[in-house]
Design a protein around this ligand. Structure first.
Ligand code: TYD
Length: 133
């Protein structure tokens, strides 16, 4: 599977911080219409995602800690450990994704190409596989 990673430009001001820059239409391959983040992942058995999108494109980052993301394009499956702040993973449409294995204080950041629309979700795996055929 051809997984596309997105490397952010960064400036290292440590120990006074590090800055990472994402720009829609530049290093992010779409105009960003929505940003959401997930924190307080206190349950070590938490599993998130378990869906694909019909049209939405996203890039997912781990801005603290680490987690694993399982990717399935209907033909191939792979699993990636996200543990570097500067590199995200592209989630194109029709990519079933499941996030798990969240470390303590893990935080996820997602940049999305469109506003929230529940009708864009494919939440049933059999339906996803049928759409991929
Ligand atoms: P969901 O995308 O299923 O979360 P995850 O993929 O991380 O497991 O969203 C969880 C809930 O939050 C769902 O009921 C819809 C709601 N939600 C919004 O209302 N707006 C949003 O932008 C997002 C991402 C989720």
């Amino acid at each position: 599977m051809d997984i596309k990673r997105v490397k952010l430009q960064s400036f290292d001001d440590t120990p006074d911080g590090e800055i990472f820059i994402a720009e829609g239409g530049k290093n992010i391959p779409f105009d960003i219409k929505r940003i959401y983040y997930i924190n307080q992942l206190d349950n070590p058995k938490a599993v998130r995602g378990k869906h694909a999108h019909k049209k939405l494109e996203q890039v997912i980052f781990c801005v603290n800690g680490s987690f694993a993301i399982d990717l399935d394009d209907g033909k191939e499956k792979t699993s990636i450990l996200l543990d570097a702040t500067s590199a995200g993973v592209r989630l194109p449409s029709h990519m079933w994704h499941t996030m798990h294995g969240f470390s303590k204080n893990c935080a996820l950041l997602v940049l999305a190409s469109d506003y929230f629309d529940e009708s864009d979700y494919i939440r049933d795996y059999d339906e996803f596989i049928a759409l991929c055929a």
